[in-house]
Design a protein around this ligand. Structure first.
Ligand code: ZN
Length: 136
């Protein structure tokens, strides 16, 4: 079961430029910044209540987010649902016919464990399942 929306992932050309909107105009609080090599991105998390916005800028043009930006431009990239047992959730989703991009969880931002579902099996929405690390 999905516990809640963990974050919305938003692709940006430049995190520092995007922070002008999210920090200064929206008055959100930046809580984390990290280069996530496994996803080819620099990422920041901003607090929105108990959820987050995740801004993603690509480490290069051949990364998934780099290709997304080239094709679609900046904007909403994925939605992430939080779970408490990602292995059980992946078994359940696979049985439900969801096409998984990650057969096993990988390491996401803030040492979370994440897996992505292919948008062609989720109505066009790139969907991330995230189990936060202890303490987050
Ligand atoms: Zn994400």
């Amino acid at each position: 079961m999905f516990a809640r929306i963990d974050h919305l992932g938003i692709a940006v050309e430049s995190i520092d430029d995007a922070l002008a909107l999210y920090e200064r105009s929206y008055d959100m609080v930046l809580v984390h910044r990290e280069t996530v090599e496994s996803q080819g991105v620099e990422a920041v998390l901003l607090d929105v209540g108990e959820g987050h916005v995740e801004l993603l800028s690509p480490l290069g043009p051949d990364t998934p987010v780099g290709k997304f930006l080239a094709k679609r431009g900046p904007g909403i990239h994925h939605v992430a649902y939080q779970v408490t047992d990602i292995e059980a959730e992946l078994v359940r989703l696979r049985a439900a016919g969801i096409e998984l991009l990650d057969e096993t969880p990988r390491t996401g931002i803030r040492s979370s464990r994440v897996a992505f579902c292919h948008p062609r099996s989720t109505g066009g929405v790139l969907t991330e399942i995230v189990q936060p690390a202890e303490g987050h």
